[in-house]
Write a protein that binds this ligand. Structure first.
Ligand SMILES: Nc1nc2c(ncn2[C@@H]2O[C@H](COP(=O)(O)OP(=O)(O)OP(=O)(O)O)[C@@H](O)[C@H]2O)c(=O)[nH]1
Ligand SMILES: [Mg+2]
Ligand SMILES: [Zn+2]
Length: 274
């Protein structure tokens, strides 16, 4: 029987299939071979023995959150509580670009900022729009739902940004746990504890626990450079220019004049951290 893993709780794998939902264990062989089934995996399982026999080839896979076969990522970004962060946004865009996932920037808590605070962020968001990234707001429910069609979509972003609240609004039958940000941070715990895949409209959606840090060190400098998609349109004199120390670098010439300053400096930070 074929199915998709929708939730993992310790060593119980919840599988959705055309015959309904099953809770299975993984074959011992997986552990021996150091393969861990992930939420999003398409699997072949034995309905009677309740054992996952095989993991089908993955389109892509992430370690944080632990998911696979993702088409789109909603980068849920709050304007306040927690504060808007270009650094985190760029990090998540980098992860999406490297893993061939279409990113969608989803803004929350617009109601918590003043008009002038909003205008400052809006200028920044316009830059991302010009690069070709989609920007939506968490009150545009129909627009968001239309983007799910025939896709597996992950909701990612800082803890307290509003991922679970938005998913609950998108489907009234869902009731993911949400919490006041102050309490969530105060407890030092995330409200969402499990990565969970649910059907919404014509798509599959993954809610994930928020995070405080993402590790880019698993990626090469080359991968990180290529993930800054706007750099590729400049022709530097050196073919393999890293846009850091090289002379006559076209990218460096265009900082603040075509390239958003925070983008360039986040790039440097990401490269230096690894
Ligand atoms: N004012 C305001 N509050 C919001 C908005 N969206 C979400 N919230 C609130 O923000 C708090 C945190 O929301 P959650 O949905 O639990 O956040 P989360 O991203 O799922 O957090 P984790 O599960 O810890 O990663 C809740 O109290 C929500 O009611 C918004 O647009 N405006
Ligand atoms: Mg949550
Ligand atoms: Zn260069």
């Amino acid at each position: 029987m074929k199915g998709q893993i929708i939730k993992i709780v310790s060593d119980d794998y919840f599988i959705d299939s055309s015959n309904g939902e099953f809770i299975c264990k993984a074959r011992g062989k997986f552990r021996k071979d150091n393969i861990s089934p992930k939420v999003g995996d398409y699997v072949i399982f034995d309905m009677d023995k309740k054992i996952i026999e095989e993991i089908l080839p993955r389109k892509n896979e992430l370690d944080r959150p632990l998911v696979s076969n993702i088409d789109e990522a909603f980068i849920v970004t709050s304007l306040k509580k927690p504060e808007f962060s270009e650094n985190l946004l760029d990090k998540l865009l980098t992860v999406c670009e490297i893993n061939n996932i279409k990113p969608i920037i989803c803004i929350t808590k617009k109601d918590l900022v003043t008009k002038s605070e909003f205008n400052r962020v809006k200028k920044i968001l316009n830059y991302y729009k010009k690069l070709g990234y989609t920007v939506v707001y968490n009150n545009q429910l129909f627009k968001i739902k239309r983007m799910f069609k025939n896709k597996t979509v992950v909701f990612t972003g800082q803890t307290g940004a509003g991922k679970s609240s938005l998913i609950n609004k998108l489907d009234k039958n869902l009731d993911f746990e949400t919490d006041e940000i102050s309490e969530a941070l105060g407890r030092g715990k995330h409200t969402t504890r499990y990565v969970t895949l649910v059907k919404i409209g014509k798509g599959m959606v993954v809610d994930t626990p928020g995070f405080s840090a993402i590790d880019l060190s698993i990626y090469s400098k080359e991968q990180i450079k290529n993930s800054f998609i706007e750099f590729n349109k400049y022709n530097c004199p050196y073919k393999d220019c890293m846009h850091i120390k090289e002379n006559d670098c076209e990218v460096k010439k265009h900082i603040n004049n075509g390239i958003l300053k925070s983008r360039y400096y986040n790039y440097i930070k990401f490269i230096e951290k690894r």
